[in-house]
Design a protein. Structure first.
Length: 314
């Protein structure tokens, strides 16, 4: 069903039909023992793991990188095609990827490594698929975090009104114009300069992998589905709830890797998570920003692999 191919490079594209949508993925060391799925952040793609896959492949890891639907070379559906895009949908995509692509070749528990949005997706998968997940490495973890007290759940009528308002707002919000201006005004490079502490790591390849998906004619409609989906999520798909849920079993070891110069998601949030959930391990990387795996790959790879080696599962 999934024939073995000669790997030309770490970003060699494979395509998988998921619920009628074309999903792109790459793999290095597919026949290795330990399966890892690398999940990219918002606006990025599987290619953002360009400095990580080979390192793990050389250490007996089957290193998969996946373009989440709406990103990279995967399809970019809108609200008419998919309704919404959020971590619930992306989690379902990852679960099916494990079942349909990885399981025919490998029965070992899967390691999930995520950057930002990918970390939230990995956390969501760990809760819904905890018996199949060996560990989650999140670098960093976005979303608002509250303590162990339960959130005050919105009244159904208020939430229904809020969700409808969000939907109407983003349907009419001119995202097409916004994306056009982002490209023309060079805002992508400005954003990368804010995300990366070490500016020398912002090369042409990085700018290209972030820019190309935005140039597609379907980009705005997919972004609209994301804005609606992420803004109207139920509590059970928010990080605070997911962490509390995972903490009841502690079946999935959880490592946070956080850059102390992260301008997008400040370090105090990582410390807050580690304080609320003492079973979560926090590793702080000095002089690194939001994308440690690409900015300081040797440090990120080393921390991650040492964590993996210490797991009792392997």
């Amino acid at each position: 069903m999934f024939p073995h191919f000669k790997e030309k490079n770490i970003n060699y594209p494979n395509y998988w039909n998921w619920n009628g949508f074309k999903i792109c993925w790459s793999v290095k060391g597919e026949d290795n023992k330990i399966p890892i799925i690398f999940l990219h952040g918002f606006g990025a793609s599987r290619k953002h793991w360009r400095k990580n896959l080979e390192y793990f492949a050389k250490r007996n890891c089957a290193s998969y990188s996946l373009d989440l639907i709406g990103f990279g070379d995967s399809d970019q559906p809108g609200i008419r095609q998919i309704g919404k895009l959020n971590n619930e949908i992306w989690c379902n995509q990852v679960k099916d990827f494990i079942a349909q692509v990885i399981r025919p070749r490998n029965s070992e528990k899967v390691i999930l490594i995520g950057n930002s949005l990918g970390s939230l997706v990995a956390l969501t998968c760990a809760v819904s698929l905890e018996d199949e997940i060996a560990t989650v490495i999140a670098s960093p973890l976005p979303d608002q975090i509250q303590g162990n007290k339960k959130n005050i759940t919105n009244k159904p009528l208020f939430k229904k009104f809020k969700d409808r308002f969000i939907r109407i707002f983003f349907i009419f919000f001119p995202l097409e114009i916004i994306l056009f201006l982002i490209i023309k005004l060079g805002i992508i490079k400005l954003g990368l300069n804010s995300a990366y502490f070490k500016k020398d790591n912002i090369d042409c390849e990085l700018i290209d992998l972030i820019t190309k998906p935005v140039l597609k004619r379907t980009a705005a409609r997919s972004l609209r589905a994301m804005c609606i989906g992420m803004s109207s999520r139920d509590e059970e798909f928010q990080a605070s709830y997911l962490l509390r849920k995972l903490s009841t079993s502690k079946k999935v070891p959880f490592l946070l890797i956080w850059g102390d110069k992260d301008n997008f998601i400040p370090l105090f949030l990582g410390k807050k998570i580690a304080n609320f959930h003492r079973w979560v391990k926090l590793k702080i990387v000095s002089n690194s920003g939001h994308c440690i795996h690409d900015e300081d790959p040797s440090v990120f790879n080393s921390i991650s692999y040492e964590w993996i080696k210490d797991l009792k599962t392997f």
